[in-house]
Design a protein around this ligand. Structure first.
Ligand code: GRF
Length: 219
């Protein structure tokens, strides 16, 4: 058997995506090893989750650094020391500078709670609801030097109902995030992703049933 793929997860908040990846690694769905979980907020639930699973953790408070670049250099140092080859951003609330992105070219993944390129940036679910979309969703993509912009690995779509609130639609999207993020990590760990310009080619991709998601449902 080949060696598990060495990855790191960076999180700032509740860490439910972190949890989904931990669970997938622990039950053997993803052939990876979580070398370190890095968190920039001492009170983040994400940190507790990592500790509960006896994972190596590093708390790196961004406020202790004079610049974004200095913080990034420090984090890159930790990742290199741990032999990390894939960095997963999971609700990490700091923008990465080129210092970080160039240290891990095409080796940083992010999850965004919208169907990019629609609704990049903060409060994506609210943006989608306010716009009036009837299909929302989430995206796992490669991180490049523009926010929420790099090549797309996987997307999942969910319906939006007339009586939805930001909370209800966010919950529906989050359930899909927890499905597709471990999937994307798995594709990466198995070496099945090849980036060609903006397009991610997936080796041995299964075709989907030829049926559209239509929302609202046709009567
Ligand atoms: C998720 O909605 C993710 O898409 C966004 O931040 C949120 C993180 O949630 N980037 P959690 O910390 O994984 O629970």
């Amino acid at each position: 058997m080949s060696k598990p793929f060495p990855l790191a997860i960076l999180a700032s908040g509740s860490g439910t995506n972190l949890q989904a990846i931990i669970d997938a690694v622990e039950d053997g769905r993803v052939p990876a090893e979580i070398r370190v979980v890095i968190c920039n907020r001492a009170n983040a639930k994400a940190l507790e989750r990592a500790e509960r699973h006896q994972l190596a953790t590093e708390l790196v408070d961004h406020k202790a650094f004079p610049s974004r670049e200095a913080f990034d250099e420090h984090v890159v140092g930790i990742l290199r020391d741990r032999g990390v080859e894939l960095v997963c951003l999971a609700g990490f609330d700091r923008l990465l500078s080129p210092v970080f992105i160039r240290a891990f070219p095409e080796r940083i993944l992010n999850i965004h709670p919208a169907l990019l390129p629609s609704f990049p940036g903060l409060h994506a679910q609210r943006q989608a609801l306010d716009y009036g979309v009837r299909i929302a969703g989430c995206t796992v993509h490669i991180v490049d030097e523009k926010t929420d912009h790099g090549p797309i690995i996987i997307q999942a779509a969910v319906p939006v109902y007339s009586d939805d609130t930001v909370e209800s639609v966010s919950e529906r999207i989050l359930a899909e995030e927890h499905r597709i993020y471990p999937e994307a990590v798995c594709l990466f760990a198995e070496g099945r992703i090849r980036i060609e310009g903006r397009r991610a080619r997936i080796a041995d991709e299964e075709p989907l049933a030829d049926r559209a998601l239509v929302s609202p449902a046709l009567g």
